[in-house]
Design a protein around this ligand. Sequence first.
Ligand SMILES: Cc1ncc(COP(=O)(O)O)c(C=O)c1O
Length: 448
Amino acid sequence: MATILQRYVELHPTSRRLHARAADVFPDGVTHDIRHAEPFPVYVERASGSRKWDVDGNEIVDFVMGHGALLLGHGHPAIVEAVAAQLPRGTHYGASHELEVRWGELVRELVPSVEHLRFTSSGTEATMMALRLARAHTGREKVLRLREHFHGWNDSVTGQPRPEETIPRAPGLPQGFLDTSIVIDQNDVTALERTLREDGGEIAALIFEATGLHWGTDPIDIDYVRRARALTAEHGIVLIFDEVITGFRVSAGGAQEAYGVTPDMTTMAKIVAGGLPGGCVGGRAELIDQIAFRAGRTRIAHPGTYNANPLSAAAGSACLALIADGAAQERASATARTLAQRLNAVFREESVAGCVYGQASMLHIAPGMEAQPEDGYGWGWHALPARPPVVRAATAAALRRGMMNEGVDLMGAGMMVSAAHSAEDIDHTERAFRRTLRAMKDEGLLTG
Ligand SMILES: Cc1ncc(COP(=O)(O)O)c(C=O)c1O
């Protein structure tokens, strides 16, 4: 019988050829690190709703969903219509326009922390600007962040400085950035209290992913978030929620609305722009208004050719209007919860140690996790009794390849569930998961 890898190669001959061309142009033949796959990635031709089709004609239930940007699925008719209507009217005016005003108003209506905001072209730009604003406001340089939390590839939050390392983990990064970075473990209140007591006077900002590292792969404790809010306020430190993924997904107002905890600033991207490029930084007016010309010589410059471009503004405002009442989030979260229960049942039925857990519409698959969750367990903010195991890269790659052979695309070892996923998609995914676990078991890929 063919192995998972052999089947993958057999099913994707055109992707393989395209990748051979791509490898001549791009490092690894890909245009985003997360798309790197051995022996080659799958090339997609079109997408609609919960599905996409690759260049070899394979139909795929998509759980990458535009790296989390597509809460409403691919090509929602209202978003397509808004973009199509805007296209002939102009893609860039080099001028202000009404759509950007509407878009900004919608963000402010939905996200509790936002008094004022500025649009950017990406989440990375949003975290860059948030940290600059925090540093300027406090007159301090250090940034406190939590281990393995991801904020894009901006220099202030890249690399994990460790005293024992002689070679920086982020080649090309000036030492000054590492020196101004303090990294502590998530959920460790004692470490947070100690760091703020010892270095609080030098720290400009605390930034973290609102639901925990790697979109909640290791969930953050809400009590920790509450304590962080209180302590940063005490020490005059700007608290920044990175809601690039969780914004508008966890609830219409993001994780902050669900928690009832309001940060000083919030970074957003992905869903905010309705599937087109875009992001924003929003927060307390006194912080964001450092960008205003009236701030005089201490103002912070904010250019950006594609800031609030008409196409992203059209897609973003159409999307935010559609999801403002929270119904799409509820639907996606309910689907994710059912999927978690069904896939956990497969783990049990196949006698494989493992757990699917998650929050809102974000799921994570942890083969090897000892606990066999019952219904409801493994779900929500306080669901896990202990840190989930780190899924070995080889196991995650085999799982993803195996699921792709069965017509399901995972986001790493997880799933971004959308409001477009249906009961049929759940059935399909359950079957695919069972077959993949069996194939992995047969090949001895589930041990260790
Ligand atoms: C939490 C978080 N912050 C920031 C970013 C960077 O956003 P972008 O890829 O738009 O630069 C990402 C991207 O996935 C993210 O997940």
